[in-house]
Design a protein around this ligand. Structure first.
Ligand code: E4P
Length: 217
């Protein structure tokens, strides 16, 4: 399973990259705003800075909600850097734009997916990635992981190549459950990745090894 970090924060992106397990970055307009990145020029520069900081794919989301606007924005984003993947919302024009980009060889990530039907449409339109938001489903007392399982089954039934990018991952158990049900990618905060490191028996075991080593020296 690939690990993407879901942030526009350059320090956190660099920290995850330094750990050596990062495969890409996802951003969205809320995450860009959280970092205070406003205005088209600054945003494009920020995407470039992110691409410089990581080796993998970087999802950059369009703001337009009509086909023409999405195509214009998406083409500009894709031209910015080879690592950019155009992120499109799961709405009618987003599906049309996804089909347009896939026919041109431009990679896409269809976002705001909350049902198996939406994921099926994204795959039919040739999406490179589909982003089911599991945390937000959990937030409304629905089983987010179950959606990932459903999409896995459907994609495997027909050999769709669209990668399931489990999004809205909030914590370490989400990461483990995504791996159990066969998500291709997960995207979450740095804490969800670093949380995988932690086990109290590792800490106490290491402390004991170091203590015993010190006794013999
Ligand atoms: C996906 O690409 C989104 O950026 C993200 O995962 C949404 O997560 P949230 O529900 O924690 O905002």
């Amino acid at each position: 399973m690939k690990f993407f970090i879901d942030t526009a924060n350059l320090e956190q992106i660099k920290e995850a990259q330094d750990l050596g397990v990062l495969d890409g970055v996802t951003t969205n307009p809320s995450l860009m705003a959280k970092e205070g990145i406003t205005g088209e020029k600054n945003q494009l520069q920020h995407y470039l800075d992110i691409c410089e900081a990581v080796d993998g794919d970087v999802s950059a989301e369009v703001i337009s909600t009509d086909f023409e606007g999405m195509v214009k924005e998406g083409e500009a984003l894709a031209a910015l850097h080879p690592q950019i993947v155009v992120k499109l919302p799961m709405i009618k024009d987003g599906v049309k734009a996804c089909k347009y980009f896939s026919s041109k060889g431009i990679r896409t990530n269809v976002t705001l997916v909350f049902s198996a039907g939406q994921a099926l449409l994204a795959a039919k339109a040739g999406a490179t990635y589909v982003s089911p938001f599991l945390g937000r489903l959990d937030d409304i007392s629905t089983d987010g992981i179950n959606l990932i399982e459903e999409i896995r089954l459907i994609y495997d039934n027909y050999g769709f190549e669209t990668e399931i990018l489990a999004a809205s991952v909030r914590h370490t158990m989400h990461v483990i459950n995504c791996a159990k049900v066969g998500a291709d990618v997960m995207t979450g905060p740095l804490s969800s990745i670093e949380g995988l490191l932690k086990h109290p028996l590792t800490d106490s075991g290491l402390a004991k090894f170091l203590e015993d080593y010190a006794k013999g020296n």
